[in-house]
Design a protein around this ligand. Structure first.
Ligand code: CA
Ligand code: CA
Length: 509
């Protein structure tokens, strides 16, 4: 049920504290720290917004996306997924994937209306799955023009000074005096070596996060989303504004999970960005995660080239990075496809330019990709279509891999021991240390080439296998193959609109 409470102007302080307690009573889960043992499902794909809009998109069914996800909640629980990354939650026009938010506080959108939105989140929480919202706050869209912002109502002061809206004669705010614009994009020199500013996105209005009203409304928005049932944040395009604002927003809203999409190819900057998102400065355990695009690119470009998976001996990508003595794997979210990569279509159904084919085909390629990320450190992400739409065989294999990970207790910070005897045979094998036991994985070749006893490991069971890969688990007492426990239901919060929330000035600094 969605209940809408009126904001009261004067409220006794004890009531306010009670609300604070309510908001943060999930602290046991808050800010994942190191050794996160959760697995994420990306709960949508590029075309998801077309569902349930049959006049415009016949052939994809009558059901809105939020209803589809709601109905799959028990299956998501059965798959042992802990987190689900959902699409941008705000109104962005009648037909939109949501990456051009128009009305942050309006949680009706192309994926479903507010009631369907809430019902989906309630069902996910009942099934023990933590919803993660896609937070698009580098930029926003006007209602009809370039800068007519509604809900919250902002003016040109909210837009960065150098935005295209002030430079393009087609814009209704062309040539706005400097004094009525926001501040310029900031310098991220603390963590980016390019010497320039944070990224300005040419398609929509870049927001000035140095403005207190912008920050206050964003915090209200995040608290509104939390009250609707979201527990974590996936921040879009985070190279577009300074990392210190992520630290501030996370400090104010206590997500149980935080990950940013930083410039895909800028690996060292990603590290610096992670560092500067810490809610407690210089404490990496309080930082946001980043999507590990480096692992993605290495896996994509080296399918069947198993020697590449050893990296410099410590593995690949952000997961394999221990620069400055820090375990960056604890801040890495791995994946082999997202809504922006591989095959994608235009609204007429034709393939998009540069998205004509998949990076991982529905055969040994996608299987071996998951055999890698689901057995390795970092927080692995499974793509919706791979799990629900690419056939039961792949679904069952992914399920078996997640189960093996959980039975062994593999987590984001797990220690990896690559196997030199496998490397000599041109294939990949590793021992991954879990909380409850050891996991062994071989990618490439067959049992003839490598299995755990070749390295003198013993007392293990086979947990999963597929096209050119196998996974074994060793736990104390060597019991028969087990199923990892299912998650308990999570609490369902009371919903409040954004303006109901008071954001103290102290939260803005
Ligand atoms: Ca812009
Ligand atoms: Ca920007």
């Amino acid at each position: 049920m969605v209940s809408i409470m009126k904001k009261t102007k004067f409220r006794p302080i004890s009531y306010f504290l009670l609300i604070l307690f309510f908001l943060f009573s999930g602290l046991a889960y808050a800010q994942s720290g190191f050794e996160d043992d959760r697995v994420m499902l990306q709960g949508f794909y590029w075309e998801s917004y077309r569902h349930g809009n049959p006049e415009r998109f016949p052939g994809v069914g009558q059901k809105k996306w939020y209803e589809i996800v709601k109905d799959q909640s028990p299956a998501i629980r059965a798959g042992r997924f802990d987190l689900i990354w959902l699409p941008p939650p705000s109104f962005a026009g009648e037909i939109s994937a949501g990456y051009n938010p128009r009305e942050y506080f309006n949680l009706n959108n192309t994926y479903g209306n507010l009631q369907q939105h809430r019902a989906m989140l309630e069902n996910l929480l009942r099934n023990g799955v933590e919803p993660v919202a896609d937070i698009v706050i580098n930029h926003r869209d006007g209602v009809r023009g370039w800068a007519d912002f509604k809900n919250p109502d902002w003016d040109t002061w909210a837009i960065t000074a150098g935005d295209e809206a002030f430079l393009n004669p087609d814009s209704e705010v062309y040539n706005t005096p400097e004094s009525q614009r926001g501040a310029a994009e900031e310098s991220p020199a603390d963590y980016a070596g390019h010497g320039g500013t944070t990224y300005g996105y040419g398609s929509f209005r870049d927001l000035d996060h140095t403005n207190k009203t912008v920050r206050r409304d964003i915090i209200r928005y995040l608290l509104q989303l939390k009250s609707l049932g979201y527990r974590g944040w996936r921040y879009d395009m985070v190279h577009g504004y300074h990392a210190r604002w992520i630290a501030l927003y996370n400090r104010a809203t206590h997500p149980t999970f935080s990950v940013g999409e930083y410039d895909w190819a800028a690996h060292p900057e990603q590290r610096g960005w992670i560092w500067h998102t810490a809610t407690t400065p210089d404490d990496l355990t309080t930082s946001s995660n980043v999507f590990d695009f480096t692992t993605f690119f290495i896996l994509k470009d080296n399918k069947g080239n198993y020697g590449a998976l050893y990296g410099y001996g410590n593995g690949i990508g952000m997961v394999g990075d221990n620069s400055d003595g820090h375990p960056w794997k604890n801040r890495s979210v791995t994946f082999i496809k997202n809504h922006d990569t591989g095959y994608r279509t235009n609204e007429d159904g034709s393939p998009q330019k540069n998205h004509e084919s998949e990076d991982f085909l529905n055969d040994w390629q996608v299987e071996q990709g998951y055999a890698y990320i689901l057995t390795h450190p970092g927080v692995p992400t499974v793509f919706w279509k791979h799990y629900f739409d690419w056939g039961d065989e792949l679904k069952n294999k992914i399920t078996a891999l997640i189960n093996a990970r959980k039975v062994a207790g593999v987590h984001a910070g797990s220690v990896l021991h690559t196997q030199h005897n496998a490397r000599q045979k041109g294939i990949y094998a590793a021992l991954v240390k879990g909380r409850h036991g050891d996991l062994y994985v071989r990618i490439g070749g067959s049992d003839e080439d490598w299995q755990p006893f070749y390295s003198n490991y013993h007392d293990y069971r086979e947990y999963a296998h597929g096209s050119g890969w196998k996974v074994w688990v060793k736990v104390g007492g060597n019991p028969p193959v087990r199923q990892a426990p299912l998650k308990e239901a999570l609490p369902i919060p009371e919903y409040h609109e954004a303006n109901w929330f008071d954001v103290p000035d102290a939260w803005l600094e």
